[in-house]
Design a binder for this molecule. Structure first.
Ligand code: ADP
Length: 485
């Protein structure tokens, strides 16, 4: 793969422990696949449980030193990592496009977005506060301080191979925690490249390890059972999050869970239609629809639904589909055959139930795992895609008649991550943003993620926040020190 050969030197392919890439202890490797062709891009070390334990040994050895490192010094390293990452935008974007499939322009956006977590948390590292109070009885002094939780296991998904790493590593290192990362098996190369960047930025060995593995649980379960681990942070499907929460109970681990979503996107009859269309293109098609914040259910008022669906179909039909690393491509492949099969099943189920295909609707034959950009209109609310994540380029449009009805429908899900709506009525904007059960609400905009804002869900979409001034708190324990007056 010539595209990959150009950046091969930047990407370690071993288990990253103590600042070097080493072969897996059993000598095994697993292939990383280019989803646009099905070709093997690289063979990566397949970490064993022993490798994972060695990574945790290293994190535990380093923990005391890192917690004692001056916040300013931690901040300098994070900021330097952001600078190097930014200088390497083109290489990292190409690498993500190769292993994950996204269009390279979108991958450049992820480098900027993902990098920003390092810059943001370099700025937060020096602002870890505490408080002091006299006890009401006047007999005691109350001192409250925040201390690093301890070694962290970060388990990351494939859809944002860089940003889901920096969003966890940034605040953990800023707080003074060491980190072992288990990257997604589909996209380990970006995380390994990031580890090498941190080393270049001056991060001492042992503070960050990366254990790629073809069988996630074989390396994560032993770590979760190890009492030295103090925190797990996970982004991925709810099903896996529940397994990890159960495992976390045994050692009462701190947990942060960014799980699945089923975001409603509501277009009221008074919306600016052009703005709503631009918004849905972002909310639905950001990352090719492979995002937990993706607009999964697009509710459009019945007075404007047909026009909206037509215009959306026109926009999606105009997208150029192909390998993401080609400059003229807007939409790359789906990550793998299994994910694509799920999208096919959801689309077939909706069409069988009576949904009207406005454009697309099918997988694309040939090498790679492509699916046509698709608009389905008049989708019945009894379909699987109304309650399950599509995670692909399929826009499902549902009609509605009243505000109360659509808000009830929007909330009728076990998820509560993102929600979006478009209206020009200020009272309605305030009322509906109060009424939606979601951790994040976008009003008249299709993108809500921002490193300076708390990202997180309610209900079965997760626990905790990433980003914002809240993000670093996920990696800090509270200690109360009592003094006598
Ligand atoms: P999938 O990998 O099936 O698409 P996710 O997107 O939820 O599922 O995966 C997110 C991350 O969780 C990946 O790094 C994956 O390897 C990891 N993972 C999957 N199953 C488990 C498990 N049983 N225990 C720990 N980690 C897991």
């Amino acid at each position: 793969m010539t595209e990959f050969n150009g950046i091969r030197d930047l990407v370690p392919t071993g288990v990253w422990i103590d600042g070097v890439a080493v072969p897996a202890s059993g000598g095994r490797t697993f292939p990383v696949i280019d989803p646009a062709t099905g070709d093997i891009l690289a063979e990566v070390a397949d970490a064993s449980a022993d490798d994972a334990r060695r990574a945790l040994d290293s994190a535990c050895r380093a923990q005391k030193d890192w917690a004692a490192t001056a916040p300013r010094q931690r901040a300098v390293i994070l900021r330097r990592a952001w600078e190097i990452l930014t200088e390497r935008t083109e290489e990292l974007a190409l690498l993500m496009s190769l292993e994950m499939g996204k269009a390279v322009a979108k991958a450049r956006g992820e480098v900027a977005y993902g990098g920003e977590f390092l810059r943001w948390f370099s700025e937060e590292a020096v602002r870890i506060g505490g408080r002091y109070a006299d006890s009401p009885a006047g007999t005691g002094r109350i001192l409250v301080k925040h201390e690093p939780v301890g070694p962290v296991l970060a388990i990351t998904p494939w859809n944002f191979p860089l940003a889901m790493g920096t969003r966890k590593i940034g605040p953990a290192l800023a707080a003074g925690c060491t980190v072992v990362v288990k990257p997604a098996e589909d996209t380990p190369l970006t995380m390994l490249a990031l580890a090498a960047i941190f080393k270049e930025a001056g991060l001492p060995d042992g503070m960050l390890s990366v254990v790629p593995a073809s069988d996630a649980a074989s390396v994560t379960a032993p770590l979760m059972a190890d009492p030295r681990l103090r925190k797990v942070t996970f982004t991925g499907f709810t099903r896996v999050g529940k397994i990890l929460l159960k495992q976390a109970a045994d050692n009462v681990l701190r947990t942060s869970m960014e799980l699945g979503g089923n975001a409603p996107f509501i277009v009221f009859e008074d919306a600016d239609l052009d703005a709503a269309l631009a918004g849905v293109m972002l909310a639905k098609m950001r990352n090719g629809g492979e995002a937990c914040t993706a607009a999964n259910r697009i509710y459009v008022h019945n007075s404007i639904r047909a026009e909206f669906a037509d215009r959306l179909a026109e926009k999606l039909a105009a997208l150029r589909v192909g390998p993401g690393y080609r400059p003229d491509v807007d939409l790359g492949p789906i990550i793998n055959a299994k994910q694509r099969a799920n999208i096919v099943a959801l689309a077939d189920d909706a069409v069988a139930a009576g949904a009207v295909v406005r454009t697309g609707g099918k997988a694309i034959d040939g090498p790679g795992f492509f699916f046509q950009p698709t608009v389905l209109d008049e989708v019945p609310r009894t379909t699987r895609m109304h309650s399950e994540e599509i995670f692909g380029p399929v826009a499902a449009v549902y009609g509605f008649d009243t505000e109360d009805e659509v808000v009830a429908a929007a909330n009728d899900t076990e998820y509560g991550l993102a929600a979006y709506f478009f209206t020009r009525d200020l009272d309605r904007a305030l009322r509906v943003s109060d009424a939606l059960h979601a951790g994040m609400v976008g009003v008249n905009r299709g993108v809500i993620s921002d490193p300076a804002a708390p990202f997180g869900g309610v209900k079965q979409s997760g626990l905790g926040s990433e980003g914002g001034s809240e993000g670093i708190g996920e990696y800090l324990d509270t200690k109360y020190v009592a003094f006598t007056r």
